[in-house]
Design a binder for this molecule. Structure first.
Ligand code: ATP
Length: 382
């Protein structure tokens, strides 16, 4: 996506501290009240991303400071965006964080449409490990979606945008409606519809993981209808299908994991740890880490035999079929030599050089056509 480069930067006078340490560069993306730019740390030459939020009121300031606090609490996980530095002025806040030059998972998905099971497994494992890290600290993200999952230079996933994240007190539940419609859990919708509903907790992130997993594998979301009311009803009922043909070649393990994540009853929904323990993730671990000595030995033997065979192939005599031998003996190397030697000894030089060369004619059993016709005319004359 191209962004307007004329986007004004905050006044240098108003944010001296930031400008002393960093050189702002091109715009990477925009939020409702923020602009994210690439920036270079002057002392190290290292590149970072800086989210510049302009305070339009005290509420936004409070929310931004809360976001920074959460980001500091959860730092240190390889799949969560790391905060590097922060600066605050009267009207702006600068959040310097690690740079994800490959943008959003959403844009990547738009390009490739769907991912293979192997790639999905890799990405989903990282997403779930990051979610487990958050949940162990009683933090609920509340807006997990491919737009908030960024890709670093090596295509590793990094969960970002902690604008809606909250650290829960023991036994605390939430009831406010926030997130993105297609990823909202049924219990979030129930809270917004019925007074006195039970509230929701960290399970909403696991529902969102189910929606993400479904979308990565099939290229389309599980709950979608052009009329949002119908889509929300589908979510509340957990009404989705593994339709044909997109799901025909997707493993039962993947489907089973989705079935355990997209569970309307939040208390029966898989936790991040349960999801990571699901057999869907076991296959890759076996492939990557387990060593099978017998199998490996067999593969080595076969590979050596193939290489040996290829090496000796050019020295081995060709197998000869009698039919081919009669039709064209000159094709075969051994006979070619005999024919050439015979031709040379008869004519004292090589005969019929050039494209039409056919020394095999010496051995032709049938008489040539022109000889045949002379022979026939002679018979007629006689
Ligand atoms: P909103 O303010 O509406 O919640 P948002 O929080 O989704 O918006 P930001 O976090 O401000 O948006 O980010 C805006 C865009 O900037 C992102 O969608 C992403 O494309 C880009 N972006 C954010 N952080 C980084 C980063 N660390 N590296 C690279 N690009 C980033």
């Amino acid at each position: 996506m191209a962004y307007d480069e004329t986007d004004e930067l905050p006044d240098r006078e108003k944010a001296k501290e930031f400008y002393q340490k960093y050189e702002p560069k091109d715009v990477l993306g925009k939020g409702i009240s923020s602009v994210v730019r690439r920036c270079v740390e002057k002392s190290t030459g290292k590149e970072y991303a800086v989210k510049i939020v302009e305070y339009s009121g005290p509420e936004l300031k409070e929310a931004t400071l809360r976001e920074i606090e959460i980001m500091r609490l959860i730092g240190g996980h390889p799949n969560i965006i790391d905060i590097h530095d922060t600066f605050e002025s009267d009207s702006f806040v600068f959040i310097v964080m690690e740079l994800c030059p490959n943008g959003e998972l959403f844009d990547y998905l738009t390009k490739v449409v769907r991912l293979s099971e192997k790639k999905t497994r890799l990405m989903m494992r990282n997403i779930l490990e990051a979610v487990l890290w958050l949940h162990k600290r009683n933090i609920v993200h509340r807006d997990l979606k491919p737009e908030n999952i960024l890709l670093d230079k090596d295509m590793n996933i990094k969960i970002s945008d902690f604008g809606f994240a909250v650290q829960l007190e023991p036994e605390q539940t939430l009831s406010d409606l926030c997130g993105t419609p297609g990823y909202l859990a049924p219990e979030t919708l129930v809270c917004s519809m019925y007074e006195g509903a039970n509230g929701y907790g960290m399970e909403v992130d696991m529902w969102a993981c189910g929606v993400i997993l479904f979308t990565l594998l099939s290229g389309s979301p599980p709950f979608w209808h052009r009329r949002q009311v119908i889509m929300l009803r589908m979510i509340m009922e957990g009404n989705y299908t593994f339709s044909s043909p997109e799901w025909d070649d997707i493993s039962e393990n993947a489907k089973d994991l989705i079935r355990n994540l997209l569970v309307v009853d939040a208390s029966k929904r898989y936790t991040a740890q349960q999801a990571l323990d699901h057999p869907f993730f076991a296959r890759d671990t076996q492939g990557e880490k387990t060593f099978y000595p017998r199998k490996t030995f067999k593969v080595y033997i076969i590979a050596t035999m193939v290489i040996q065979r290829l090496k000796t192939l050019k020295n081995k005599p060709q197998s000869i079929r009698v039919v081919d031998l009669i039709e064209n003996p000159y094709r075969f190397k051994t006979y070619r030599k005999i024919i050439d030697t015979a031709a040379f000894s008869i004519y004292g030089h090589w005969v019929k050089r050039g494209e039409q060369q056919n020394r095999a004619a010496l051995f032709e059993i049938e008489p040539k056509c022109d000889l045949k016709s002379i022979h026939c005319s002679r018979i007629e004359v006689n």
